[in-house]
Unconditional design. Structure first.
Length: 282
């Protein structure tokens, strides 16, 4: 076992995308295998999934997984521009050339936020973005301005310091499409955020345990966040609507296993809050 004890937040993304995915995440949270849940409130399965959050341990934080790339907008304002949400490459391009309908995106943020509040009964403990959209130019200004108006502090997933091992190009793209700029804003605004982000890979590697072992070895003493996408038996067939379906199953199986508990103990990592207001590493 490692001599140094380290604290890491493990966050499951895409809660609400399907009932099966939500059941898998809730079960892992009840078993203490993760301690943060990122919620997709514009999904058609959100209302069915949300009650599963009610009996999670108090140590589990529920957050808003702001979505601009999957499904249909909640707000009429954004539906006028986009009857269906764009793909991530298209959204990135529009963001970097200044062609986003930012007022409508602000309305969509309010709709997804309010739907979380109405169903969970409290404001999110943290916010992030589906496919990291919250860090894109323009979008991050909408998100940070909205959070500044909230009376209680809300943590934000920092995508400006993405550690490996492996997938260096993918990690660099996340940082440089908006992550570094978001990190700078979070520091300047003294907003709670993770110092390091772990969990980036191509979703094709069949050996997810090896991936996690590498991330655990890279985790800082505090302020680290590892995001994952566990899933259960699928509501829908793998394909264009859920291209990472098989990766979700692999992640679920490993996180539920004794091997994961052994790897946490061996690496000296315990689950705990991943947010800090101290300057980020990197």
């Amino acid at each position: 076992m490692s001599g140094q004890r380290r604290q890491l937040s493990i966050c499951a993304d895409d809660f609400g995308l399907s009932a099966a995915i939500s059941r898998s995440i809730a079960e892992l949270a009840r078993r203490g295998r993760l301690n943060a849940v990122a919620c997709l409130t514009n999904s058609g399965r959100w209302l069915e999934s949300a009650p599963m959050l009610s009996d999670l341990p108090p140590s589990v934080e529920n957050g808003l997984h702001f979505n601009l790339t999957d499904g249909t907008p909640l707000s009429a304002e954004l539906r006028w521009h986009w009857p269906r949400l764009p793909t991530l490459p298209k959204l990135i391009l529009m963001a970097h050339v200044g062609r986003l309908p930012l007022q409508a995106i602000g309305s969509e943020w309010q709709s997804q936020w309010q739907r979380f509040v109405d169903t969970v009964g409290e404001v999110p403990r943290f916010v992030d973005g589906h496919q990291h959209v919250h860090h894109l130019p323009g979008v991050r200004d909408v998100v940070l301005a909205a959070l500044a108006a909230v009376r209680r502090p809300i943590a934000v997933r920092n995508t400006g310091c993405v550690r490996g091992p492996g997938n260096a190009l993918r990690r660099m793209l996340i940082e440089r499409t908006g992550g570094i700029a978001l990190q700078r804003c979070l520091r300047d605004l003294h907003m709670a955020h993770n110092s390091v982000l772990l969990g980036v890979y191509d979703f094709r590697d069949p050996d997810y345990r090896r991936r996690v072992q590498g991330w655990l070895a890279t985790a800082p003493a505090t302020g680290g966040l590892l995001f994952c996408h566990p899933g259960q038996a699928l509501d829908r067939e793998p394909g264009p609507t859920d291209p990472i379906a098989f990766a979700r199953l692999r992640e679920r199986d490993y996180l539920a296993s004794e091997a994961f508990a052994e790897d946490l103990a061996e690496s000296g990592v315990t689950l705990g809050p991943g947010w800090t207001r101290r300057p980020s590493v990197g």
